[in-house]
Design a protein around this ligand. Sequence first.
Ligand code: DX5
Ligand code: ZN
Length: 221
Amino acid sequence: MRPYLIAPSILAADFARLGEEVDKVLAAGADVVHFDVMDNHYVPNLTFGPMICQALRKHGVTADIDVHLMVKPVDSLVPAFAKAGASMITFHPEASEHVDRTLQLIKEHGCKAGLVLNPATPLSYLDYVMDKLDIIMLMSVNPGFGGQSFIPQTLQKLAQVRKIIDESGLDIRLEVDGGVKVDNIAEIAAAGADMFVAGSAIFGQPDYQAVINQMREELAK
Ligand code: DX5
Ligand code: ZN
């Protein structure tokens, strides 16, 4: 398996000091910036769009930006996020009219592409598109809010997806999003995840480096 990636979700950052917060978390050893886009339609909350992503790039952020689209429709935002500096774009298949087309659109715009499956979304959405995926992300909470508890059934689902990825022989990241903390990251990794989104667990602590170090220690066990 490839090196583990820790992706802090800026949903839990102080928006009034977003540039500083992102600098701080990257200096603390984060690998990727997770960027939660909510539209008050696909999910009952509203966050930020391409302009904020672009502002982070302009601020000097060079790390990968992992744009998690919780929006419906999806396609209209893809070119704007690619232009704004997204490195990866993931979306929920239920929110796209044509999943294969959306994946192609993301790739045509030079970004890595991925599907996000909610806790109750079946794995059959992966059928027929595996060759177009760079990332499969499993939601371990229902999307829309930070600070929720990890849904334990996700562990079994992660193990199933890990098997599907390994059997495919394809180079696909298995990302997990929601309720990831120092005290559960080891078992989540053992179930097969190799990329970890954590919002409140990191930004909710005064010392980001200490949390990220603790997460890496857990991952090394
Ligand atoms: C939820 C978002 C998550 C969320 C994770 O819809 O996709 O990225 O911010 O937050 P925590 O780590 O606080 O559960
Ligand atoms: Zn997310």
